[in-house]
Design a protein around this ligand. Sequence first.
Ligand SMILES: *Cc1c(COP(=O)(O)O)cnc(C)c1O
Length: 435
Amino acid sequence: MKYYSLQGTSPEVDFREAAIRGQAPDKGLYFPKTIPAVSSKLIDGIDEYSKEEIAFQVIRPFVGGCIPDPDLQNIVAETVSFEFPLVRVQEDIYSLELFHGPTLAFKDVGARFMSRCLGYFTTSQNKKITVLVATSGDTGGAVANGFYGVDGVEVIILYPKGKVSSVQELQLTTLGKNIFALEVQGSFDDCQQLVKKAFVDSELNKALFLTSANSINVARWLPQQFYYFFAYQQWKDKKHPPVISVPSGNFGNICAGLLAHHAGLPVKHFIAACNANDIVPGFLSNGQYRPKKAVATLSNAMDVGDPSNFVRVLELFHHEFDSLKASLSSYSISDAATKEAIRYVYTKYHYLLDPHGAVGYLSLEKYFEKQGREPAIFLETAHPVKFYDVVEPIIGEKVEIPESVQSLMGKKMQKVSMEVDYEALKEFLMDSSRR
Ligand SMILES: *Cc1c(COP(=O)(O)O)cnc(C)c1O
């Protein structure tokens, strides 16, 4: 399998190269040259497969022989070593719970897969890799956890001060060892701009082997296809595939779902569920793609004003607006409506949504208003406890804190604060080349 740059000027690379580089030298995102069809045996007989087997079959053609099968099988088995249950919330709405991994958010799968692939690839080269990542909340914790203690890899995480939840901050600042947290006095977009600048700084790239762990990295993006296969496996009525609503920020997750669908996975329709950051809902309604400054919302992992992976969605549909619209709808949900949904679903159905899942749930309701009701799934992308400061006042109860979070509470946060200042970041990174 070859990957080409969506900017179109860098040479094609294999999976190994794409995973190590993150971004192409021309700053484009890598995209697979062909979309391998999933076997009808897997689709028709999906009940007979374990989740490890499904994941292996789905990812294998994308890895294209860069990792031998037995090693890839191990990587995949470690990646999906927790549950992905499809839970009935009400008559026609199901929640695919993606928060049973170590950091209680769906990004664990991509981060675990990527860290293990890079770990495999670094054993065959003797230069340390520095993973540089900007996070709006969940990426940082998942990446920190996925890479913690991986030899030959150092991880530097930038996060916007005061804009991540307290649990998220604990998850990314309390590990130490090869994990470094930088608290930036700005927005997620500021963090992302700083990171982008570092990747094209030739002096820095001479001193360090820099790579990205954001969802633009193919090794993080592609394994997210697994969720949609796991959903389909648990979907009873295979003759009527589900509508799937995906809480979306940088659009990596939903783009993986659309990719799986192009490869042959039955899905009736996709919904990109957005908060007040409504760039894609705007685009789908008037054809104008207008990036904006991100605004802070309750579903902070989706506070993105210029979603990086949306170019991949466009590529998948060959930039044909009408065919994209036939497969994808998108809605923008306010914080007030998000809160109301959390309260309503908890009171009426005794199911506790987190703010991101609530945006996914409400987007389904908006879709139903136009299209009529039908059985559907929303992805529950984070455990509500990660947002207990939001959720508890709404439901007027304490959210039970899982063991994994409780153990963080007493730990010391280790972080370095900085302004939105590229030179300060560069200095920090140059220091890291001497560590
Ligand atoms: C990252 C994240 C999202 C958005 O996913 P994208 O792939 O960036 O669209 C949604 N919900 C939660 C909880 C997240 O952490």
